[in-house]
Design a protein. Structure first.
Length: 187
């Protein structure tokens, strides 16, 4: 991914307690490697608790921006990590819904992995797109108007989706490429 650069671009990573740790840390590292600035945005203040799977506590991570004060206009793109608890909490949080919807309304790149695409059903962003996710979301996404496929990384109308942490390399590459292309088109 060293060939894809997004110098100076800020990328929001919307997450809360229960995030699947590699789905936070690997996109964060990839954004930094691409000369971008990852910003952890959360409805929690201070720190969040990451998980290894759904049951085992992993590390704590600092929150950079409290969600109620986050402005989508400050960011060039958005990452929605998974983790069942994280994704389920965010999809019913009205501030999270408004934040995510603002990226789609502005045509900015969004990436969602594993359970992260769950919020797409709440903000009307699944309809008319081809997506993938953790398999248990297939019915929800299909019922919301998406075409669900079983692929490592899917790009559809400004949205990148992936299935599991096993797909993180493809996920990060597809998202950074999309952000780079979008930034170049805006220049």
């Amino acid at each position: 991914m060293a060939d894809t650069k997004i110098p100076g671009l800020k990328i929001a990573i919307l997450t809360t307690n229960g995030v699947e740790q590699p789905e936070l840390t690997e996109p964060l590292a990839a954004i930094q490697e691409a000369d971008g600035t990852p910003v952890v945005v959360s409805p929690e203040e201070g720190q969040i608790q990451a998980m290894k799977g759904d049951w085992e506590h992993a590390d704590h991570f600092d929150v950079d921006v409290h969600l109620p004060s986050a402005d989508p206009n400050d960011y060039a793109g958005l990452v929605l990590p998974g983790g069942t608890l994280n994704a389920d909490t965010l999809r019913i949080d009205e501030d999270a819904q408004q934040f995510v919807k603002a990226f789609f309304d502005a045509g900015k790149p969004v990436a969602a992995i594993c359970h992260g695409p769950w919020i797409l059903t709440e903000v009307g962003a699944a309809s008319g797109r081809t997506v993938t996710s953790y398999p248990s979301l297939k019915t929800d996404l299909t019922n919301a108007g998406a075409e669900w496929v079983d692929e490592a990384a899917v790009v559809s109308n400004g949205l990148v989706t992936s299935r599991t942490p096993d797909d993180l390399e493809e996920f990060n590459h597809a998202f950074l490429t999309l952000v780079s292309q979008h930034s170049s088109a805006q220049s």
